[in-house]
Design a binder for this molecule. Structure first.
Ligand code: THU
Length: 139
């Protein structure tokens, strides 16, 4: 993967600022995510809930799907920030989606909005060992 330099705290700040746009009237748990892609662009997303709960999309997947729609497919790093005290480790579905567009070089940062510098970091293989994958028939 091409070397793209970044500062984890700037990425976390971007995710925190995105977080204010989260639509989470049912859980009250607002999440923002910013993905840095291998072309140097960043894309942000928020969780968007629905009265039909299962239709909710998480902030990480929203950010990654924005990136893919803009033509970026390789995630270098992603920062995820939530309100409150519970760290927003990606859910299982988001881990699988991260594995589609990431690699074990992908850096994953999580923090709560009031303690960005207490962020935690993990790799994809820590978060999703043995991720499901298919050889792409068409990219
Ligand atoms: N959520 C995220 O946005 N990202 C995660 O990794 C975990 C959960 C959202 C989904 C839902 O809107 C709320 O947090 C509570 O589950």
């Amino acid at each position: 993967m091409k070397l793209v330099k970044f500062d984890p705290l700037s990425l976390l700040e971007s995710a925190r600022s995105a977080r204010s746009k989260a639509y989470a009237p049912y859980s009250g748990y607002q999440v923002g995510a910013t993905a840095l892609m291998s072309d140097g662009r960043t894309f942000s997303g928020v969780n968007v809930e629905n009265a039909s709960y299962g239709l909710t999309i998480c902030a990480e997947r929203a950010a990654l799907f924005m990136a893919v729609a803009a033509g970026s497919r390789e995630v270098v790093a992603i920062a995820i920030v939530a309100a409150g005290t519970c760290l927003p480790w990606p859910c299982g579905a988001c881990r699988q989606v991260l594995s589609e567009f990431g690699s074990d070089h992908t850096r994953i940062f999580v923090a709560t909005e009031d303690a960005l510098d207490g962020y935690r970091e993990a790799t994809l293989s820590e978060l999703i060992p043995h991720a499901f994958g298919l050889p792409p028939a068409a990219r």
